[in-house]
Design a protein around this ligand. Structure first.
Ligand code: XIL
Length: 377
């Protein structure tokens, strides 16, 4: 494996940090040990990983991570596929794996407009439900799912992606049926369902001022109503050139000033070209596959490998600077082959956004992250 120390002067890091990274050799290192004094370090997992079917992925997760998030298995469509039917099989396996390995377990996500059958918003006559009827459905869902894992799942993404880029509430069926206090209601129910679990609001693009200000207003609103919120998760689906440092700093500081923690909940770094200007993570976005948007099908050139490593080092260096305000950083996936960025926002690409490659090997980005954790201790 090529070490990060092969990089020659093409990074955006300060000269001092680069020099320090060059001089370190990492040996056998595990992320969770290196980040012990910084924050929890997590990953998103799927069924094959938690059941041991993808044994090499299982090994990576056990060795390197002390927190796990279910990439899909706790989303409404999977755990609550029909009105009166719950399917807990995969979610149970996920929770069991986390408990067995002493991990901080994250439930993702209770209330979201995606990966949910729209039927849930209608009655048998296909009429949109009233506010009260929808509140009952919301409460039942939250109580059933959180109730089952009470005392086992440590933190929940109570509401996911409710804010639009301009800071308004997204025009979803949640908003349409319940009204603009649907977020407050979800947190109220969650707090009742498991008073000891941490409760989070989670979203992407929160580093942009309009959305940052909106989430600050949201947290203040919850606090004014004495409804508990413990942390705000910024997803962190980032690129080689965004977000910029100032905006990310400003986001972290604004949230911490409210007395709640910041978490990076779904971090990955997309290095493939984009066909349009979009820095969000809305899963309904879909673009057409063109050859020039998929340039690294047969492997990643060293130059790109090191750009990715530099970017990871830069981001982690910034995050560690704020470690008192950050409780967790979760990487969205275990190894490149199973990252969602191979199929979003364009189906069928070969992407390289994570710390372990398609053969389960640590990448230069992994070394860079380890070294950054050590320098910044
Ligand atoms: C993604 C999963 O990674 C994919 O496997 C799935 O097909 C779509 O959802 N924001 C979120 C995550 O909150 O739940 C999404 O996960 C990525 C964007």
């Amino acid at each position: 494996m090529k070490l990060y120390s092969n990089i020659k002067g093409k990074c955006a890091l300060s000269a001092i940090l680069v020099a320090a990274i060059f001089n370190l050799s990492i040996g056998q290192s595990f992320l969770k040990d290196e980040f012990k004094s910084h924050f929890l370090i997590g990953t998103a997992v799927n069924t094959a990983t938690v059941t041991g079917q993808d044994a090499k992925a299982t090994k990576i997760v056990k060795e390197h991570f002390n927190s796990i998030t279910a990439e899909n298995d706790m989303k409404w469509i999977h755990i609550h596929p029909e009105l009166n039917t719950y399917n807990f099989k995969q979610a149970d396996q996920f929770v069991e794996f986390g408990l067995k390995n002493n991990m901080f377990i994250i439930g993702h996500a209770l209330i979201w407009h995606h990966q949910m059958d729209n039927k849930a918003f209608f009655d048998n006559d296909k009429k949109l439900l009233s506010r009260d009827a929808m509140l009952t459905r919301m409460r039942d869902h939250i109580f059933t799912v959180m109730g089952r894992y009470k005392g086992k799942v440590h933190g929940w993404d109570v509401v996911n992606e409710a804010l639009a880029d301009d800071g308004s509430l997204k025009k979803t069926k949640w908003l349409e049926t319940i009204g603009d206090d649907f977020i407050c209601k979800a947190f109220e129910y969650a707090q009742e369902a498991d008073p000891n679990a941490e409760l989070y609001y989670n979203d992407y693009s929160l580093e942009f001022p309009a959305k940052r200000d909106a989430v600050v207003r949201l947290v203040k609103k919850l606090q004014a109503k004495k409804i508990r919120i413990d942390a705000v998760g910024i997803q962190g689906h980032w690129g080689l050139d965004f977000p910029n440092k100032e905006e990310l700093d400003a986001f972290i500081d604004s949230i911490a000033a409210l007395g709640v923690k910041v978490m990076i909940t779904e971090m990955d770094v997309d290095l493939l070209p984009r066909s349009f200007e979009y820095m969000g993570a809305d899963i309904s976005v879909n673009a057409e596959l063109q050859k020039e948007l998929n340039p690294f099908v047969s492997g990643l050139p060293d130059s790109m490998q090191y750009k990715l490593a530099d970017r990871y080092a830069e981001l982690f260096s910034q995050l560690i600077t704020h470690k008192e305000k950050i409780s967790r950083v979760t990487i969205w996936g275990v190894y490149d082959k199973i990252s969602w960025l191979n199929y979003w926002p364009i189906q069928g690409r070969t992407n390289y956004p994570l710390l372990f490659d398609r053969n389960y090997q640590p990448k230069p980005a992994f070394d860079a992250v380890i070294k950054t954790a050590r320098i910044k201790k």
